[in-house]
Design a protein around this ligand. Structure first.
Ligand code: ARG
Length: 407
């Protein structure tokens, strides 16, 4: 399905070099097939033959964005017990709609951090085959977790014998689960290191997997060439995950100075979903979020934002992760302004969603910045996000892999 043979010339007010932070203005970008072949100050005389010229005056060009924590197959209005009504095939179809919304919001790459029934793998492959539009999906399959933990399903009593597919206890059982996920197509691994907000009966601050189990998961995944993301709110779980060698810690709510230092020493990335709390506390009850989860959120949200400020100040590697799926897909970009409000410069927020994320996934030679030779994942926003980051909430033009997806 990957037929290109189209040449585009994009003329815009400016482009942001996310690596240096420099603005190139005015700018002309030439795209041939699925690659950027030239990029620089306008030279509007020497267009390649047969090129389609796209006028993006008034706009700033950026590399396609990454959201490093989404659940495309989950919906924001379906939480708690309502989720028991959703089969994996139903979730996959939901994912088709959400993939399009995500792409239209300018996110040309995502990490899908957990889905039942390998629905995220099916969605990734359908997008890749050109059956449906969507971002490049890096997919985890079922998240690994302990029995009764955040990545298990604890909504029903024991008579029902319900366990999530990713449940595995013990170092060899978790290694086997990693192997099983790889067998069915996962290209990264997600596990739950601590309790969480939205799971029933888990303590958000308490560690779940032991150090031994986390080390087993990461060792096995890295052996097979996959990166690992760990869900962790509590301090001990964050530290154990970093010591195990995870590539990123998700949420990172109750981080302390020691954990921040550990992350800096190891080069671990933090992926902190600091917009999420606004949706959960505002709309969560209507959506079916359990009262105990709303209670937990009241203890997590503000602390997580303070932790974000500390981590940014300390210079921890940061990526953009929203946990969209808890809140509506397509609203991913709302997190940018919160990242700036809680301590990042505009450029740092953009780097988190571009070059840093590409680097975490070892895709930085292909994606994550606008450069000749890289894949043509390009977006445009009106105005200049280095001056007003909220323009990232309205992406007007999206190109992925050299094809125009939104104009
Ligand atoms: N999936 C996460 C959990 O259930 C969401 C946490 C949202 N809250 C927050 N303040 N980021 O734990």
């Amino acid at each position: 399905s990957n037929v290109y043979a189209q040449t585009y010339v994009l003329n815009a007010d400016s482009a942001i070099d996310v690596v240096s932070g420099k603005l190139i203005s005015p700018v002309t970008v030439v795209v041939e097939d699925n690659k950027i072949t030239s990029m620089g100050k306008s030279n509007r005389k020497a267009y390649p033959k047969g090129a389609e010229v796209i006028d993006l005056s008034g706009h700033t060009l950026l590399p396609g964005l990454y959201d490093m924590h989404v659940h495309l197959t989950s919906d924001a209005h379906v939480h708690g017990y309502k989720r028991l009504q959703r089969t994996a095939p139903r979730a996959a179809i939901t994912g088709v709609r959400n993939a399009k919304r995500t792409l239209d919001a300018g996110f040309t790459s995502v990490r899908n951090l957990g889905a039942a029934g390998y629905a995220d793998i099916a969605l990734r492959d359908a997008i890749y085959d050109g059956d449906v539009p969507g971002p490049r999906v890096n997919a985890a399959g079922p998240s690994l977790g302990i029995t009764g933990g955040h990545c298990d399903n604890n909504l029903l009593t024991h008579e029902h014998k319900v366990f999530s597919e990713g449940v595995a206890d013990g170092p060899w059982a978790v290694r086997k689960k990693v192997r099983e996920n790889i067998k069915y197509g996962a290209n990264l691994i997600k596990f739950c290191a601590t309790g969480g907000v939205l799971s029933k009966g888990t303590k958000v601050g308490a560690q779940q997997y032991s150090q031994e189990e986390m080390t087993a998961i990461v060792t096995e995944a890295h052996l097979r060439g996959l990166t690992v993301a760990a869900h962790a709110h509590g301090t001990d779980g964050i530290k154990s995950a970093i010591k195990a060698g995870v590539n990123s810690v998700e949420h990172v709510s109750f981080v302390d100075d020691e954990a921040i230092q550990l992350a800096k020493d190891k080069g671990t990335y933090f992926s902190m979903d600091i917009y999420n709390t606004e949706y959960i506390l505002g709309e969560g009850e209507k959506a079916g979020i359990l009262p105990e989860s709303l209670d937990k959120e009241r203890k997590v949200g503000a602390t997580q934002r303070a932790s974000f400020t500390k981590a940014v100040k300390a210079g921890v590697n940061m990526v953009f992760g929203s946990d969209a799926g808890v809140y509506p897909h397509g609203d991913n970009g709302k997190q940018f302004s919160r990242m700036v409000k809680f301590g990042m410069t505009e450029l740092q927020a953009l780097q988190a969603a571009t070059i840093n994320s590409a680097t975490l996934l070892k895709q930085h030679t292909q994606l994550g910045s606008l450069e000749a030779g890289k894949l043509a994942d390009i977006i445009a926003v009106k105005g200049n996000p280095l001056k007003d980051i909220s323009v990232m909430e309205n992406v007007t033009f999206v190109m992925k892999d050299g094809k125009i997806e939104k104009q």
